[in-house]
Design a protein around this ligand. Structure first.
Ligand SMILES: Nc1ncnc2c1ncn2[C@@H]1O[C@H](COP(=O)(O)OP(=O)(O)O)[C@@H](O)[C@H]1O
Ligand SMILES: C[C@@](O)(CCOP(=O)(O)O)CC(=O)O
Length: 376
């Protein structure tokens, strides 16, 4: 009897959804309530773990959306921080920055550098020393840097990938993900991207659903029926800079800014109540709450003419809408009147397209991060 040959590698895919903040962005950074949902856009991370440990170990990274590929020799990544409680070790980041700079072509863009830094940081923190070789291929339908949580999906997915890898390097058993641990490490990674994140993005990407968030997930909300259009302005912006600008404005004008943040908190409280009512009875209130939230964000300095135009078009067509995420460009969303006809939706979509915006429907409250082993 011949022995059954063990495959030389194992393949896994980790799928992480994007997120949509319905109300409360920016205010949530100051401990106010926000309402957010996972959306049916996904970052997929394909992990191939070579089980035959011959030759030198390596880590091949392919970032398809950024059209970037490189190999990081693991021997040089033996900077282990594994076993520590989740934290953002600035000394480790400095060492990794130099290592990455020495391995990639000069002039590689900042986005790629940040993605590699996030991966190396999580590898050293979660896996540490290893003699394994593996490949990681990343591709996503979440627009990058637009307010739908691409960095959070990247952080949560990477955290899950390295916990999975760590498990399979030391054990034969089935991997049972600890979502709280995956989320805590993803939050450290989000700090690297955004400096002072509230944690809402990584929590929604990890756990999925529609959640109330106030310093942590404090409950979930069931929305009987919501028809949502996502609208991309195509205007680039950086979350970190927008969050810093709001912080500066709050420091300079605390007595003016704090009531605005409190009002946004109240909008989220009211929104969390009324979205659960039958769709026919709550739409005019949703319209008012979203518009008020939009203009309060504009008064904080984080809107953009294109976001105001989307809000105007939504209202002119009898719909509700507001900017979402950090603002300054990126995305807005439209909450469609449950009674409007397909013709009315098409008319709005045509108008948005004519104005050079990209729009498409989305589904709220999908599952959070999922891990699957691929056979064959
Ligand atoms: N699919 C991806 N592939 C590689 N890196 C990604 C991907 N998605 C997100 N990132 C990383 O996340 C960063 C985006 O963060 P950010 O500006 O906060 O945008 P968002 O609002 O979409 O979260 C990018 O600079 C990149 O480093
Ligand atoms: C502005 C903020 O509330 C949300 C940022 O979302 P995004 O990075 O634009 O997807 C910041 C945060 O909550 O950490």
């Amino acid at each position: 009897m011949g022995e059954t040959q063990e495959p030389a590698f194992r393949k896994f895919v980790v799928r992480t959804p994007g997120k949509l903040i319905l109300t409360g962005e920016h205010a949530v950074v100051y401990g106010k309530l926000a309402l957010a949902a996972s959306v049916d856009l996904t970052t997929e991370m394909y992990l191939t773990l070579h089980t035959d440990r011959h030759g030198s170990s390596s880590f091949l990274v392919c970032l398809e959306d950024l059209k970037f590929e490189c190999s990081l020799p693991l021997a040089e990544l033996q900077i282990s921080n594994a076993g520590t409680a989740p934290n953002l070790d600035l000394e480790l980041l400095d060492k990794l920055k130099s290592l990455i700079a020495s391995r990639i072509p000069a002039g590689t863009n900042h986005t790629v550098q940040m993605s590699l830094l996030a991966l190396c940081f999580l590898y050293c923190s979660i896996v540490g020393n290893s003699d394994a070789s593996f490949e990681l291929r990343v591709k996503s339908t979440i627009p990058i840097g637009a307010g739908l949580g691409s960095s959070a999906a990247f952080s949560v997915g990477s955290s899950a990938v390295f916990h999975l890898l760590h498990h399979h390097l030391s054990s034969q058993g089935v991997f049972v993900p600890d979502l709280d641990v995956i989320n805590s490490w993803a939050f450290q990674c989000e700090k690297m991207f955004h400096a002072t994140p509230s944690g809402i993005d990584n929590a929604v990407c990890t756990y999925g659903g529609v959640v109330k968030y106030k310093k942590a997930v404090i409950g979930s909300v069931s929305i009987p029926e919501a028809r949502i259009l996502l609208v991309n302005t195509g205007v680039g912006r950086q979350t970190k800079l927008l969050v810093e600008a709001v912080r500066q404005k709050r420091n300079d004008f605390t007595a003016i800014m704090d009531p605005i943040l409190d009002s946004i908190d109240q909008i989220s409280c009211k929104m969390a109540e009324i979205v659960q009512l039958p769709p026919d009875s709550n739409f005019s209130a949703i319209q008012e709450l979203l518009s008020t939230n939009h203009w309060l964000l504009a008064s904080m300095g984080v809107s953009h003419p294109s976001l105001d135009e989307i809000h105007r078009l939504a209202r002119a067509h009898g719909q509700a809408g507001k900017l979402t995420g950090a603002g300054g460009g990126g995305l807005a969303y439209v909450w469609l009147n449950p009674n409007c006809s397909d013709d009315q939706v098409n008319a709005l979509q045509q108008q948005l397209t004519l104005s050079n915006f990209t729009c498409w429907p989305t589904r709220l409250g999908v599952k959070g991060v999922q891990i699957e082993e691929l056979r064959n």
